[in-house]
Write a protein that binds this ligand. Structure first.
Ligand SMILES: Nc1nc2c(c(=O)[nH]1)N[C@H]1C(S)=C(S)[C@@H](COP(=O)(O)O)O[C@H]1N2
Ligand SMILES: [Mo]
Length: 341
């Protein structure tokens, strides 16, 4: 695997340019070099320049601003363009701030510093780490990932962050640990959705240790070449692109190593519809809708009244079978449909 990682402090100052300009320049240069004229149909990801300038950017005075963008890991490629930053930062699922897709204004009021992360449970030594100390210790890179929501829409996003395997390494779990349980912040004062008492707050997700240390499991600190906005899960969220979007928990404050399968938020809310595994599979429908296809959302033109987003076939493991299919060999028969739901 040709992974070339750079630590934040290895990046030249000149790399910290305005992200929108950076992206357009770089992609343009690439398209030109490839002799491609039709940007919209090119195999190369391309952020719609018309929307780039309107994007809802990172939190004000984020102390990590200067370390972005990170070097892109070329191992992860897309067959469709990147979704625009404006779309990705204004069309969100984040139930802590309400159940609509337009939570970004409220989310942006949320303070992202100080922020600490707890590492506890079955580890050599439990510890609390400051988010900025953690970021400094981790091998930082950018990856272009598909994201497939269980609601049958999808986006393509350039995430910045570090492999979850590096966090597991840092945590030093005991060999008896089988799962990592992840927990989102809990603060009713900043997150109005958490005042809705019928939800089992805080949001909880989980992975097996094998999943968490798979090369694809990525902890995200940024997007589009700068720190992550709150609405996308700042300052730390997960990206597990072979699973439905709800597995990729946002606003993380705790990683607990355990030998018990975690009871996850959506499984607790609606157990017959949302399982622990939640691997993307076009052959297993949601009880209320088909998962065979998805609406690919490229820009804000693809949402809202009268929009007609491109309908594309959903791929097993969201197209990441090569990296993860082996994790589930044998389990398919044992758990049947539950493995996918
Ligand atoms: N804490 C928390 N994490 C969450 C959610 C949530 O409601 N709360 N929604 C999930 C769902 S359903 C999706 S599709 C993605 C959406 O991520 P995005 O808004 O950054 O695209 O976040 C996931 N992570
Ligand atoms: Mo989702």
């Amino acid at each position: 695997m040709p992974i070339k990682r750079k630590r934040a402090w290895d990046l030249p100052d000149s790399a910290a340019t305005d992200a929108a300009a950076f992206y357009n320049r770089r992609e343009f240069a690439r398209l030109f070099a490839a002799g491609s004229v039709a940007a919209a149909t090119a195999a190369v990801p391309f952020a719609n320049p018309a929307e780039a300038a309107e994007a809802v950017g990172p939190p004000a005075n984020d102390p990590t601003k200067g370390i972005y963008p990170f070097e892109r890991n070329g191992a992860y490629t897309l067959e469709r363009p990147l979704s625009t930053e404006k779309l990705v930062s204004t069309y969100n699922n984040y139930y802590e701030f309400g159940s609509s897709k337009t939570i970004w204004q409220e989310a942006r009021e949320m303070p992202v510093r100080p922020w600490t992360v707890e590492i506890d449970g079955m580890v050599e030594q439990e510890k609390t780490v400051d988010i900025d100390d953690l970021i400094k210790r981790m091998p930082l890179e950018e990856r272009l990932y598909r994201h497939r929501c269980v609601e049958a829409w999808s986006i393509n996003v350039p995430w910045s962050g570090f492999p979850m395997a590096a966090l597991v390494d840092f945590a030093r779990p005991l060999s008896s640990a089988k799962y990592v349980r992840m927990e989102t912040f809990l603060d009713k004062d900043v997150a109005s959705g958490q005042r809705a008492s019928w939800y089992p707050w805080p949001y909880v997700e989980g992975l097996t240790i094998e999943e968490a240390t798979n090369e694809l499991a990525f902890l995200v600190t940024g997007a589009y070449g700068h720190p992550l906005p709150q609405q996308n899960g700042a300052p730390l969220r997960l990206a597990v692109p072979w699973k439905y979007g709800f597995k990729s928990a946002k606003g993380l404050v705790r990683f607990s190593f355990t030998d018990q399968k975690p009871l996850t938020f959506w499984h607790e809310v609606q157990g017959n519809e949302y399982g622990f595994w939640a691997n993307v599979n076009p052959e297993v429908d949601h009880p209320r809708w088909s998962q065979a296809t998805e609406k690919f959302l490229q820009s804000t033109d693809d949402i809202g009244f009268a929009a007609s987003p491109k309908e594309v076939p959903t791929q097993k493991f969201n197209g990441y079978g090569e990296q993860v299919a082996h994790l589930y060999k044998g389990l398919e028969d044992k758990y049947g449909v539950k493995l996918w739901r």
